[in-house]
Design a protein around this ligand. Structure first.
Ligand SMILES: Cc1cc2nc3c(=O)[nH]c(=O)nc-3n(C[C@H](O)[C@H](O)[C@H](O)COP(=O)(O)OP(=O)(O)OC[C@H]3O[C@@H](n4cnc5c(N)ncnc54)[C@H](O)[C@@H]3O)c2cc1C
Length: 511
């Protein structure tokens, strides 16, 4: 079937994903290159636009690169690639200057200095932010800049299903589903910027498009994937009627919010001396332990010691989220529980996105540079998107010959017959539940073995060469890779907790 598909006019650079990583790369390429930017859903729907807390950067005279590096290495549980950590964090001030130059309205003091907040695992105030809507402020400023570029064509509701490869292994573009049809989009260079994989779980902070497609596609195209067992569960998603309805930023705890049991008692000091500001994995597992111990569906997060006006000024997004669910942040402790949030691992890549497969880069959350190690330090991921996107753009400026005299690519018009609709709903729901229950916050060997066998049997039942099966195949392949990685790592480390093999130094499940 693929041989008879129509080719769209080739483009110079095809970017799969229009989050912060994809937009930054697009804006960092020479304006002479023709660039196509795919978004699986609407352009505004991505994790980047949903980020609340902010971007970590050393911007204060009392702070230092060494301190930021050390906090990152500590959170990463000794599993980071130290050279990648230092390279990325050293570029944070430049990355912030670049974002400010694009007009991002960061929150500032009256004298014009950036206001810095603090998050778990950071020894200093070093989180630049735009109130608690940082992601939306950054994403919309960059999207506006992209729209000014005549050679750049954003295409919404276009899902890459498979990477195209030549006989020598080079990536030559992607097979794309758009408006229910299938087409080949050839490119001199392809950038995978498809974000995270939270939608493989039934409780997640991630948007609909974050289903791990990029990991599966890149893996089948020959990339190495690594550290996929290290999935970060955010400790505090707002939990209403047994469902996660949105993230409650860690900055709330940075500003003094306390975790309590329903009787008002605090529990974090018994788990870690940093209490509510311990790294996320410790806080998430402490909450899960307390929920299990007391048979609770959630615990409470309390910032009622702050005045309403202050909360509305600093946390308008969380205040509005709570209000939408009938909760008043200023007078009530709110119900929170952990849920799947961030993939520390992914497609192995250098800081400039190089993957080892010619013609293919990977940047942003889909990539694994080793910055996060076994557990991400809060607010290092938006930073990584900007640093990688800029580095990838600069690298491709040299590597991709410009076809500047050709017109900008148009949105797809030459299309194949409609792709027959396939209903994979039941398998997808079962997959998400399986991942939540058996490959979740705390894992056990026999559960992982069962999950791997179940995912394996779903994969085996898929038809071999049918493009209709590719959306499901991508999710199953990524779920299989995560589960296999979790099974193979028989000891607990960072965000990967095995109750059948607790941490060497201390059990996180004992008080
Ligand atoms: C609620 C929330 C809050 C967060 N807060 C913070 C924070 O304060 N600070 C911080 O540093 N990090 C935060 N994070 C993490 C951070 O937002 C993400 O790691 C980062 O935005 C990832 O950016 P990205 O460009 O790699 O992916 P995304 O922004 O998720 O963009 C992925 C893009 O790829 C597209 N895509 C996916 N699959 C396909 C496909 N098959 N074909 C075509 N397109 C595809 C999507 O449509 C989307 O356009 C938060 C995450 C969430 C979910």
């Amino acid at each position: 079937m693929q041989a008879s598909l129509p080719d769209l006019p080739p483009t110079d650079v095809l970017i799969i994903g229009a989050g912060l990583a994809g937009l930054t790369a697009a804006l960092s390429l020479p304006t002479t290159l023709r660039v196509v930017l795919l978004s699986k859903g609407p352009l505004s729907e991505c994790a980047s636009a949903w980020a609340q807390g902010g971007i970590a950067a050393v911007l204060d005279a009392d702070d230092s690169l060494d301190a930021h590096v050390q906090d990152t290495l500590n959170a990463g549980a000794g599993h980071c690639r130290p050279e990648a950590v230092r390279t990325i964090l050293a570029q944070a001030p430049d990355a912030m200057d670049w974002l400010c130059a694009h007009g991002v309205p960061f929150t500032r003091h009256a004298d014009g200095r950036l206001h810095l907040t603090r998050e778990g695992g950071h020894g200093q105030r070093r989180i630049a932010h735009a109130a608690d809507r940082t992601g939306s402020a950054v994403h919309s400023a960059l999207l506006q800049a992209c729209r000014q570029r005549p050679q750049l064509t954003p295409v919404e509701n276009a899902t890459a299903l498979e990477l195209l490869t030549a006989a020598d292994g080079r990536c030559t573009g992607a097979l794309v589903q758009h408006a229910g049809r299938l087409l080949r989009w050839p490119a001199q260079h392809t950038v995978m910027a498809s974000g995270g994989l939270g939608q493989l779980y039934s409780h997640t902070t991630n948007p609909e498009g974050s289903s791990g497609d990029g990991v599966a596609m890149a893996w089948r195209a020959g990339c190495v994937v690594e550290d996929l067992e290290f999935l970060q569960f955010h400790p505090t998603a707002l939990h209403i009627n047994g469902r996660s309805v949105g993230l409650v930023t860690e900055a709330l705890r940075g500003e003094g919010a306390l975790l309590r049991l329903p009787n008002g008692q605090r529990f974090m000091p018994a788990y870690d001396e940093r209490a509510e500001l311990a790294p996320r994995d410790i806080v998430a597992r402490a909450i899960a332990t307390e929920m299990a111990r007391h048979g609770l569906g959630h615990v409470l997060l309390d910032i009622t010691h702050r005045p309403r006006a202050w909360l509305e000024e600093h946390f308008p997004g969380v205040s509005a989220l709570c209000a939408a669910h009938g909760l008043d942040l200023a007078t009530q402790a709110i119900p929170v529980a952990p849920c799947m949030h961030y993939a520390c691992g992914g497609v192995r890549a250098e800081v400039d996105g190089s993957t080892g497969v010619m013609g293919l880069s990977a940047i942003g959350e889909v990539a694994c540079t080793g910055l996060h190690g076994a557990n991400r330090l809060a607010s290092n991921s938006l930073l990584e998107c900007v640093v990688m996107g800029r580095a990838a753009g600069a690298c491709l400026a040299d590597a991709v010959p410009s076809k500047s005299l050709m017109p900008a690519p148009s949105a797809p018009s030459a299309l194949s017959e409609p792709l027959p609709a396939q209903d994979h709903g039941a398998t997808l729901a079962a997959l998400r539940q399986l991942m939540q229950n058996q490959v979740g916050l705390v894992r056990q060997g026999h559960n992982l073995e069962q999950a791997l066998a179940q995912i394996g049997s779903w994969r085996a039942a898929l038809p071999d060469h049918s493009p209709c099966a590719l959306p499901l195949r991508n999710r199953l392949d990524t779920a299989w890779l995560i589960t296999n990685a979790a099974l193979r790592r028989g000891t607990s480390l960072g965000a990967h907790a095995r109750s059948d093999a607790p941490l060497n130094a201390q059990s996180l499940f004992a008080r």
